[in-house]
Design a protein around this ligand. Structure first.
Ligand code: NAD
Length: 376
């Protein structure tokens, strides 16, 4: 598929590419939408089988960022950068500096951050070339580790769904099965434990499961079984695709609400969840806490403001869940529809502003012209 055809498929207006002979930089920056503000999204630095795969990854991920930022009510659109990992030896610092200058040249239309294959030290290098970067260390006014904020948002989303589905205002005594206790899953277990929930957990890494279980008095089950534990809430916090043709029929919960990205293997799986009477928390709505926290850096980092905004994930999930229960529309489609409504309203606002400023500037020209015409 050609570049413009791919862009059209994902609803794009803007994709930037750069290459640099000296540093072997080959990068694609996809800016999906800027109606809500500058595009924000991580920079992936990985190996791709070919250039088309890199382009598709950038287009797909940036579009996902638009959705996540919109539902989190952030003043940002969605963007993503991919850097194709060079085959041979390369100077990583020089390459990232060159990338930083490229980002800078976009004048703030795209703000970069960490993603797969990049980390905090890389962001510090990029920062030497541009101010349009977030995800910096706390020593440089950055927001630090996003995982506790992601976990906080997931806990709030679970609370909203518990209220809607089980009619309970508290998680005390409820049973949550957590799949994956890495960065986010571990913090989520702590949040749930503090809220009085009973936890069953699993991780393919035994040492991580044992550590979390000891800290939150949880029961550990094998990773292959955690999704079919009878419980109130199943929280996928491992990899994408946890909700698929095999697992959805085996779930024994009322709610699915976790941090993992791309939980639904297909749209059909979301429909199947709804048909089984299980309310699903759309992943990009419930796991936005980390993005909310890192986005706070753009305006000057404030941990309190990040926390307050992350707590509001409750309202977002409550609105999605309530609309899904009322209309019978699967929740993942409700979330997508809400994003379109938010973006549509932003477009209307932009149009209104443009016509207002056109009108004002016409008025300005007219008022300037009148005295001139009198003088002549
Ligand atoms: P992580 O790699 O630290 O944790 C994932 C954990 O899942 C690991 O401990 C891994 O061993 C375990 N795991 C893998 N396969 C498993 C399986 N089949 N069964 C049980 N456990 C399994 O990653 P993370 O940062 O905690 O992120 C978890 C998920 O949340 C990812 O999908 C990520 O994209 C998403 N997410 C993370 C953040 C964040 O702030 N870190 C923000 C938004 C979304």
């Amino acid at each position: 598929m050609g570049v413009f055809e791919s862009m059209a498929q994902y609803g794009y207006g803007e994709v930037h590419m750069a290459r640099d002979e000296r540093t072997q930089l080959r990068t694609i920056i996809a800016i999906h939408d800027t109606r809500l503000g500058p595009a924000l999204g991580g920079c992936r630095f990985v190996s791709y089988v070919n250039e088309e795969a890199a382009l598709t990854d950038a287009l797909r991920l940036a579009r996902g960022m638009t959705f996540k930022a919109a539902l989190a009510r952030l003043p940002h659109g969605g963007g993503k950068a991919v850097i194709l990992l060079p085959d041979g030896e390369h100077d990583r610092t020089a390459l990232l500096q060159r990338f930083g200058r490229f980002v800078d040249g976009l004048g703030g239309r795209y703000v970069t951050a960490e993603d797969a294959g990049t980390g905090l030290p890389d962001m510090e290098i990029i920062r030497t070339q541009t101010k349009h970067v977030v995800g910096l260390g706390t020593a440089h006014g950055g927001s630090g580790d996003p995982s506790p904020f992601t976990a906080l948002g997931v806990r709030r989303g679970i609370e909203a769904y518990v209220e809607l589905v089980l009619g309970k205002k508290s998680l005390a005594g409820l049973h949550v099965a957590v799949q994956g206790v890495g960065h986010v899953g571990y913090h989520l277990c702590k949040e749930l434990h503090a809220a009085g929930a009973r936890i069953t957990l699993a991780d393919v890494r035994d040492e991580l499961a044992a550590r979390a279980a000891a800290e939150v008095s949880a029961q550990v089950v094998p990773a292959a079984e955690v999704h079919r534990v009878p419980c109130d809430v199943f929280a996928p916090c491992a990899l994408g695709g946890a909700l698929n043709d095999r697992t959805v029929p085996q779930l024994q919960c009322k709610i699915v609400a976790g941090a993992a990205n791309n939980q639904l293997a297909s749209d059909d799986n979301g429909v199947a969840l709804q048909a089984r009477g299980i309310l699903y928390a759309p992943d990009y709505a419930i796991n936005a806490g980390g993005l909310i926290n890192v986005a706070q850096e753009v305006a000057g980092y404030d941990a309190h403001a990040s926390r307050e905004r992350t707590l509001r994930i409750y309202d977002t999930l409550h609105a999605i869940g309530a609309r899904s229960l009322k209309t019978g529309e699967p929740s993942h489609r409700v979330a997508d529809a809400m994003v379109q409504e938010i973006l549509g309203a932003a477009a209307d606002n932009l149009q209104a502003q443009t016509s207002r400023s056109d009108h004002e500037s016409r008025g300005h020209i007219t008022s300037q012209m009148k005295p001139l015409s009198r003088d002549t």
